[in-house]
Design a protein around this ligand. Structure first.
Ligand SMILES: C[S@@+](CC[C@H](N)C(=O)[O-])C[C@H]1O[C@@H](n2cnc3c(N)ncnc32)[C@H](O)[C@@H]1O
Length: 332
């Protein structure tokens, strides 16, 4: 595995004129151009990486929740994505993980593809992935923003997990267009994005503290754009992509539901889970093992009767390249 450790600045591939034009169009749609500061996003994820236990590598922000919770979510998500790779017979040449974080996706992708590239805005994330996946010769990871990707690269599979929410309104369409243009015939691009119900939420408030959070410390601000679930299909339809599948990410919600149970058990045991990580890990594992009694009924009860109480959701958008280069949407 090799890494390129340079943080790319600016917005390569986006000339100043086209950025100004995109910004004017975004404003006319009631959007908020320039809401996100790329440097601040990178710093947030650098800090998140530094504050977590590097050995466990279960995901991100893992210092505040049991590792098992992140791993259960990831294992379910990977199973789903792997099933799409088979179902849509994706060629196994080169793949790209955009916003690769700690590299848990890359580690799996490297087993399936001849070459697995990862990019991330956070130098800390990239350094940690480079170190942990050093034994995989077909993995290459670099510090790079999705806006700065060179347009001449080609991939059979592109995974974009939780990244468009950190891309400003005036750039997001261009980013999707660039990713679409990088896809080989027969290839697939999978977006997994957090969304807001009702209307776009331009978030600038800290994340809720997790089970192990130090509540005496001030929480860093957190900036993200949670767009509505149907805004992405609209953006995708403008590209040379066909949306072959879109669905809510149940694994994301099951992780939310697990958090609720862990907080409840913590209260009932007078703070034992927050004090003892091993107990919290055990509880998370048990809740998952018994999920058809615990998490799944809870999920469906909320889904049926109180879905509106979920301000946030998370969706999968699975897209194939249109062979004729035109654009339209077909969901199945
Ligand atoms: C929510 S985490 C998701 C990590 C991983 N994709 C996953 O699914 O577990 C978002 C990651 O995207 C990275 N990121 C945010 N904005 C980015 C951008 N514009 N270009 C590349 N990476 C970005 C962050 O540094 C962070 O590692």
């Amino acid at each position: 595995m090799t890494s390129r450790g340079e943080r790319a600045g600016g917005m390569a591939g986006e000339g100043e004129g086209s950025e100004r034009e995109a910004s004017r169009t975004a404003t006319s749609r009631g959007e908020r151009p320039g809401f996100l500061d790329t440097k601040r996003v990178a710093e947030f994820w650098d800090d998140a990486r530094k504050s977590a236990d590097e050995d466990k590598q279960s995901g991100y922000l893992q210092d505040e929740w049991p590792t098992a919770l992140g791993m259960n979510r990831f294992a379910g998500e990977w199973k789903l994505v792997a099933s799409w790779l088979d179902r849509y017979a994706v060629p196994r040449g080169a793949c790209l993980d955009v916003g690769c974080g700690v590299g848990i996706w890359l580690e799996e992708l490297a087993q399936r593809f001849e070459r697995a590239d990862g990019i991330d805005l956070s130098a800390e994330m990239v350094a940690s992935t480079a170190k942990r996946l050093a034994h995989l010769p077909n993995v290459q990871v670099s510090v790079q923003g999705v806006n700065d990707l060179p347009a001449d690269r080609r991939y059979d599979f592109i995974f974009v997990g939780g990244v468009l929410m950190y891309v400003n309104d005036e750039l997001v369409e261009g980013v999707i267009a660039k990713l679409a243009s990088m896809l080989n015939p027969g290839g697939l691009v999978v977006f997994r994005e957090s969304t807001a119900n009702g209307q776009t939420w331009y978030r600038d408030t800290p994340l809720q503290p997790g089970l192990f959070a130090d509540r005496t410390k001030p929480r860093p601000p957190y900036f993200a754009i949670y767009r509505t679930p149907d805004s992405y299909p609209q953006l995708i339809a403008k590209q040379s992509l066909v949306l072959v599948r879109t669905q809510p990410n149940k694994l994301y919600k099951l992780a939310d539901v697990t958090e609720t149970w862990l907080k409840l058990i913590d209260k009932l045991t007078l703070g034992r889970l927050a004090r003892r990580r091993d107990s919290a890990e055990r509880a998370a594992r048990w809740l998952h093992a018994l999920r058809y009694l615990t998490l799944v009924p809870h999920y469906y009860l909320v889904w049926l009767f109180a879905r509106r109480s979920w301000r946030l959701n998370n969706y999968w958008y699975v897209c194939a390249r249109r062979s004729d280069g035109s654009s339209s949407t077909a969901v199945r």
